[in-house]
Design a protein around this ligand. Sequence first.
Ligand code: ATP
Ligand code: MG
Length: 580
Amino acid sequence: MPFDDETEKLAKTLALKNALEHGGKAALDAVISKFIGSRPDKRSEIKLLIPEIRTVVQSINAMPSLDQKALLAQLAPGELETKKQTVGSTSSLPPLQEAVVGSVVTRFPPEPNGYPHIGHAKAAIIDEEYARIYKGKLILRFDDTNPLKEKLEYYDAILEGLKWLGVKPDIIKNTSDDILKIHELGTRLVEIGGAYVCTCTQDKIRDMRAKGIECECRLDHSVALDRIRKMFDGSYEQNQAIIRFKGDMKDENTAMRDPALFRIIEGQHPLLGKKIRVWPTYDFAAPIEDSLDGVTHAMRTKEYELRNALYFAILDRLGMRKPIMIEFSRLEFEGLPVSKRKIRPLIDDGVISAWDDPRLPTLSGFRRRGFVPEAIRKFVLSLGITLAETKPPFESLEAYNRKIIDPKCIRLFFVRDPVEVCILGAEPLEVTLKNHPTDASLGQRRVKVLDRVYISAEDAALLKKGDEVRLIELYNVRIKEIELNNNGKGPLIIAQIGSNEIRQSMPKIQWIAKNDIVDFKVMIPKQLYIGEEYNTNSLEIANGGAESFAAALTPDTHVQFVRFGFCRIDGKNTAIFTHR
Ligand code: ATP
Ligand code: MG
């Protein structure tokens, strides 16, 4: 019999969990794959086990879900609680493989070579969420092993971005803190014949790698031992020698064709200055650090897929503990690339003046644009950790943001390109305007209206003589005359005060009393790139007027300009358009 007590219990537990996650019906395939995941030693018996697992799944699927829960509680106490935590309302993350509550360690390892962006937010939030779900730890590790690219400014920007996002690491450290340990492990790898020092030219290395041929540096171990000393004692110049992993020069996975593990870089490291010259590549530093740091679940984006074999091979040769690797897709929006290759030139050339420009996908850019961190978190978690490389619609992030800011942000009038309306028969009056349609705690404002108001050029363009329109929260007016050029002062609309009856069919438009208008500017960020080209019209400016009330608002306030959109106050009489 292939089933024993233990495996039978495992099959039942897995089937119960799967059933409870899927409306009471477990899927046979899923249960089999989980089973093999937990008991790889049973892989060879799987043919015999499948009928047994099928029987278990059928019997579990025939149970009412209350009984399923009771049985699961009996077989695996605690499993139901974990389930509640993992499939909670804010999180669509699947359970972590082999995760033990209380011992999960995840890490977010940004290189301090630029400002954090929306893709980093995804990685950091997922890392943190898993650490939280399993009551484990999140490490923020600055992967600072290239002095030519890294700057203190970027460490700070990353810290600030994470703080804004609400991501709170339990431990903050730098890869460079461990540089001597990393040197030691690199040296050991050479000593045990797992790596060698190569002094070939870059061109030769590239060529041999393409052809799948080993170079002579790889062959003689005593040469390697001599060179590894020289590597660290300063005998080599930059580009004269690198340490390479002894992989397989014929491997179909070119990442295994003796990749570089260390190179000499002459440069001022932001923390260590010029003290260190031999720097590990990402390929070496990442597995070593993950292993030393006690990371149990290492997550990274899918483009590193081919490097996984190398990651594990390095740890294998050094006999070091291996984390579980989990991959997810890169996050980026159409027209809003996160790659530094696409953003840095715009900053360097002065096309965009700062990293917090609202057109950029940086966290500070999103912040200035009016996105709130809770929306980013909800959005990221709604994506889950799929591998699909599709760009999610930007509207989806907007929808999360709108849902959060809409109940608490005040309504005001803004008119773009104002057109004056003279209202015949209007008596001076004072109206009370609610700051929010349903939440009275947001207050109200009183506005004096004489006989002149402004409306937006866009609304004015649609009006014809005889039309009746509603000035929102004021009264109706009937258009009598449209003077396109009021003695060179631009268009003027003459209207007659109308009834107060609001009809479904009549246009309802925002307005600003002439005695209350202040100049106001709204910056409207558009797609940064169209295809491969920078969009020269990526920042539209809407000039117009707002109620004087708006001039008193402090930066960071969210407002909804009625019929225009949600905006964030950015500075004196200036706002940034967030979304409709
Ligand atoms: P770049 O250099 O283009 O900014 P990177 O991947 O090299 O990208 P790192 O700072 O090294 O940036 O990344 C830190 C972590 O964030 C890594 O685990 C990486 O996988 C993840 N990450 C980076 N960009 C994205 C993205 N667009 N979507 C999801 N995760 C990302
Ligand atoms: Mg990087």
